[in-house]
Design a protein around this ligand. Sequence first.
Ligand code: HEM
Length: 304
Amino acid sequence: MSKSVLLKSSIAKKYWMAFTGLFLCLFLVGHLIGNLQLFAGGEEGRRAFNEYAYFMQHNPLIKVMSYVTYLSILFHAIDGILLAFQNKKARPIQYAMDNAASNSSSASRKMAILGSIILIFIATHMVNFWAKMHFGGLQLHTTTKTVNMPIGQNPQTGEYVNEDIEVSYILSIKGEYLDHKYKNPKTGETQERYDIKHETMVYDKSSKLKVSEGYKDLHTAVMTFFGKDAQGQKKNQYALIAILFYTLSMAVLSFHLLHGFAAAFQTLGLRHPRYTPLIKMFGIIFAIVVPALFALIPLYIFIS
Ligand code: HEM
């Protein structure tokens, strides 16, 4: 292969890295804004997050953006690893001073290592949440209330007899709560009004007609993962490991972004005496604030 082709392909890779990297920064901002809803508590917060997750899964434009995101992650990762190998091959003798700032081979190797850790994070992260959302494993969004209601009539006096009954409601995508299950805690007797098919479809038990669709409870899955259940009780004993893993991964992401943001603008040749220092400053703030806010979410869920 001629030297110029190698150079060309190396420059092409850098451009791909810059474009996909900046696009992934946009994804991070969108993902963070969506996830910030996890700070809102109660049934309202849970409902808002599950409605948002449903929208993200069903809106055609968002679906296309999701595929662009998956491809960008793959391109960015593969190109980054290839570039690190290419740089190493081009300079088989290491610099005497292994200084990342003055040595692009060393910098790209460090970026490749940080990026690989982030890739492992994304893979495990998608198994934990995304795969459950898309391929099953989530409960329907239901909420339970105790209601004092008449359960029969006294045959002698004709008076209605009331008892506390636990009623489970399914939140339908039409926005209403469907009274699904009635349970008498005294007798353990239960009665169900609906059949659930294909995970989320609600059918009337007697008419067999489809009534509505329910939301998947992604909110509870996230809460449980980071140490809480829907009622706010601490449960998951592995939550601390998950939180530590997320915090460390966000630190790695921060280091990756600190170098990556400035490198992308340099590759694209966007240099200006006035704006370059501003872009650099913005990059530093972005690289610290975005991962820090991501890391705060699991900590907040666990502590609150
Ligand atoms: C505490 C921080 C985070 C939380 C609570 C969180 C939560 C979630 C949840 C619940 C989903 C599933 C959404 C769905 O399928 O509808 C998801 C998907 C995803 N997350 Fe995260 N996330 C966090 C941080 C991150 C970070 C830092 C990255 C990247 C470095 C990331 C990358 C992704 C990707 C690529 C998907 C798939 C998105 C798609 O299908 O369009 N997440 N995340």
